[in-house]
Design a protein around this ligand. Sequence first.
Ligand code: F6R
Length: 228
Amino acid sequence: MAATLIARAIRARPEAVIGLATGSTPTRCYGELVRLHREEGLSFAGVRTFNLDEYLGLPGDHGQGYRRFMQEQLFERIDIRPWNTHVLDGMARDTGAECAAFEHRIAAVGGVDLWLLGIGANGHIAFNEPGSAADSRTRVVDLSAETIAANSDGRFFKDPAEVPRQALTAGIATIRAARRIVLLATGAGKRAALRTAVEGPSTESCPASLLQGHPDCLFLADREAWGA
Ligand code: F6R
């Protein structure tokens, strides 16, 4: 369904600006976008993309770097123009300038039409950990112990010691500025965070709950994540 919504946005506006996430959750969506490209003529030739985040200190071609993840999962398998894909540079010497340039590029293309998100078991969106301010913008953040553990469970890093302690991330306000938000949640491990985000108060202790009140925000969850 997420891929269908993205495809619809691109067919409605071939120069669509799409925000993307990494992690386990969106991989099937990217597989379906590749299929739509190969079998149903969906073209990404005019599409611009912005990714949520990147580990600080990892070169883009590092095995766990998010630039490489996107190249392998999606970009190299579709007809997107490389210069239209924007992933924060984890090796930037001047991280402040890198974050400001990211915000500037989003503004320069008129904002994000649809931003695809995942959700952390602690309620984080992008690398906005609990406590992130609702008005936060792209910046350097410290990763929580929970996120370091989640990302070294063997899916990505093998050992917590290998996981960078900091990352560059789009802020809550950066994400909220997207005209449409589609958040994906799969598996029972996301159930508590999802419930809190949807049914709890809008609070910085659950960053995904700060999406409440957005005019066009859709949460797509499987049965395990929703608990129904
Ligand atoms: C990834 C990102 C993260 C993930 C979240 C869930 O770009 O910003 O917020 O969406 O950690 O990760 P998975 O999908 O691996 O469970």
